[in-house]
Design a protein around this ligand. Structure first.
Ligand SMILES: O=C(O)CCC(=O)C(=O)O
Length: 628
């Protein structure tokens, strides 16, 4: 992750070659290399990535012929337009002549000089020869005290021969003899035996590179020049620019100037080198993003009720009301016991003392411990988070502290959201008494603060973990966000990833709703009568109805959440069957989300070491002057 966030030329989380926009940018040279791969101080020969699978012994093996892919087109573009690629080595690279000092190390820029087809383990593969771009620069990966036996260009040029069958010419790569390298030709990958004068595929283990092929020099325009390998992210301009330190470049990783390690920005305040032996830290000055700068000329704030920019599918029911300076959009989704309320704040709300404007600015001025949360295996969430009150231990566990250790926006948000939830749940027309009774003992006992810099977002997820909810309320501060709510794929398609039909009551809006409804009762009966036949039916139904796991439902509700707005989701079913995501287009956004977390649902070690006291803020939004 650190590599991919720091090096603009290598953003391939799972691949050997990173290509983008039709050009290859970098190659990773690691343990899954091919036996004929080669590496010295100036030349590398490697197999183009892809097509490897683990065999039963855990070894990476070719499972099928390689074919022309978009990566190969990119590599050809690099050659045609003289775009060099960066090569990175991993510490398990068996061809490295020295032990690389770090798990991943950048070698340098290389020219791709040759790209050809071969055969290996009876499968067709593509191979590449790379030559270091700047031949004047020493290669740090050359063993100390040694010199290259032959530098590129110091030997005779490689032999080139034309195939008598296909008229295609190619260089001689192996000392064992010349071979046609055009896979369409029936002479492809065959050596002429001088004894029998017949063509035969070579013995792979006997192949030795022809030094004239390896050590050729291929001049490129502008070679022998230096290109930057370090990232230039996070260079601040000389002027103070509002939000510059929250820009995409500023939450990218940097190359540590002290030890050279790629370092992601894991803390809101700045970078701290992750190398345990290095103490480098960089805290860029934060130029306050002022609340006044959030002004949207196409949606001007007023003390009247605001416009709505929310959209929904026709099946979703919307009721609109106006109260206490909020436009209140209340959505309910058929089949779901619950509702979603969007309270759209006006100028009176956002400008009130200790209100959204003040909270937004105050959150930027105090270090409240916002950090990216670990998702395991060295991966971290994109956004920053910190929790107060009852510990939040779901998905990616977040550091928690008692409310008294937080800053005023955290407690103010809790009190504001408790007021909003209390007000809305009491207003809920159909079931006010039961919901109100359920809610009261579950007033919010936790505030999770999320902060999103430019281009950061939270992808589709639910908040339905055991012991949490059933009411979840968020106060949005800063840049305008888009919150999307959609049915989970499993319930939309009715099929699990393993291809098994889900026999739960189908939800309106799902694929093949009517047909699935027709099957529903019969399946319930079969389940209680004949378990074997029932399981068999679950495997047959996807084929009968033409259903497969994987299709994504359209967003049922899309809300434009502005600074000061509140979104309240109520109902466990909403979290079970639906999921939500939020992104934004600005430089900085905070989401302060309050939940009730049942302390009894936490494991002994997760239980707080502090008492979570009731909210004493007593915020009351009804006290503000309302639009005339
Ligand atoms: O950013 C937001 O508004 C929503 C945050 C959210 O979905 C969460 O905390 O689970």
């Amino acid at each position: 992750m650190e590599l991919c966030e720091t090096l603009y030329y290598y953003r391939a989380y799972h691949g050997a070659c990173y290509a983008t926009g039709g050009f290859a940018r970098a190659f990773m040279f690691s343990s899954s290399s091919h036996p004929r791969d080669y590496m010295d101080a100036s030349v590398i020969v490697a197999r183009a990535g892809g097509g490897l699978k683990k065999d039963e012994t855990g070894q990476m093996k070719m499972s099928k012929d390689q074919t022309e892919s978009s990566v190969m087109h990119s590599l050809r573009n690099n050659m045609a337009q003289f775009n060099p690629v960066v090569i990175i080595t991993a510490d398990d690279n068996p061809k490295a002549q020295i032990q690389p000092p770090h798990p991943y190390c950048v070698l340098d820029y290389f020219k791709i000089t040759n790209m050809w087809w071969e055969k290996s383990q009876n499968k067709r593969i593509v191979r590449l020869r790379f030559e270091k771009l700047n031949s004047k620069k020493a290669s740090w990966w050359q063993p100390k005290g040694t010199t290259e036996i032959a530098k590129p260009g110091s030997l005779d040029p490689p032999l080139t021969q034309t195939c008598q069958t296909c008229d295609h010419s190619s260089q001689q790569i192996y000392l064992q003899g010349w071979m046609c390298l055009r896979p369409e030709c029936n002479q492809f990958w065959k050596l002429l035996s001088p004894i029998s004068n017949t063509l035969k595929e070579p013995e792979e283990s006997s192949l030795t590179y022809d030094p004239r092929f390896l050590k050729q020099k291929n001049p490129w325009p502008n070679d022998d020049t230096e290109l930057p390998l370090g990232s230039m992210n996070a260079e601040l301009s000389d002027h103070s620019i509002m939000g510059e330190d929250c820009s995409r470049a500023h939450w990218s990783g940097i190359v540590c100037p002290d030890c050279g390690r790629c370092t992601s920005r894991l803390k809101w305040t700045g970078w701290k080198c992750e190398n345990p032996k290095c103490s480098f830290e960089r805290i860029p000055p934060h130029v306050l993003v002022s609340a006044a700068s959030l002004h949207d000329p196409f949606n001007p704030l007023s003390t009247s009720y605001m416009y709505s920019r929310d959209l929904h599918l026709p099946m979703v029911n919307l009721s609109v009301s106006f109260a206490h300076n909020y436009r209140i959009n209340r959505f309910s989704i058929p089949g779901i016991d619950g509702f979603i309320t969007h309270m759209i704040a006006n100028k009176t709300v956002v400008q009130e003392a200790n209100g959204p404007h003040d909270m937004f600015e105050s959150l930027q001025q105090t270090d409240i411990g916002l950090a990216r949360r670990s998702m395991g295996q060295d991966f971290f969430t994109r956004h920053y988070a910190v929790n107060f009150g009852m510990p939040y231990k779901f998905i990616a566990a977040t550091a928690s502290s008692p409310f008294p250790d937080s800053t005023s926006p955290v407690t103010l948000a809790r009190s504001r959201l408790n007021w909003a939830a209390r007000y809305l749940l009491a207003e809920e027309p159909s079931k006010s008494s039961s919901i109100g009774a359920e809610w009261k003992p579950k007033e919010f006992n936790e505030t999770l603060v999320l902060s999103y810099m430019e281009n950061q977002k939270i992808s589709y997820h639910d908040d339905g973990e055991f012991g949490l909810g059933p009411t979840i309320a968020t106060l949005s501060l800063g840049a305008t966000g888009t919150m999307r709510i959609r049915m989970k794929s499993r319930y939309f398609s009715g099929v699990s990833k393993a291809g098994i039909y889900d026999s739960e009551l189908p939800l309106p809006g799902c694929l093949q709703y009517e047909k699935r409804m027709d099957l529903y009762q019969g399946l319930c009966d079969l389940q209680s009568q004949d378990r074997k036949a029932y399981n068999e039916r679950l495997r047959q139904i996807p084929k009968e109805l033409g259903l497969k796991g994987g299709p994504l439902a359209k967003d049922a509700i899309t809300m434009t959440v502005s600074h000061g707005d509140i979104v309240i989701m109520h109902g466990a079913q909403l979290q079970k069957y639906y999921e939500h995501s939020v992104d934004h287009m600005g430089k900085l956004r905070f989401a302060l989300t309050c939940r009730y977390i049942d302390p009894e649902s936490l494991s002994e070690e997760d239980k707080p070491k502090w008492e979570v006291l009731p909210d004493e803020g007593e915020y009351d939004g009804t006290k503000l002057p309302v639009p005339a």
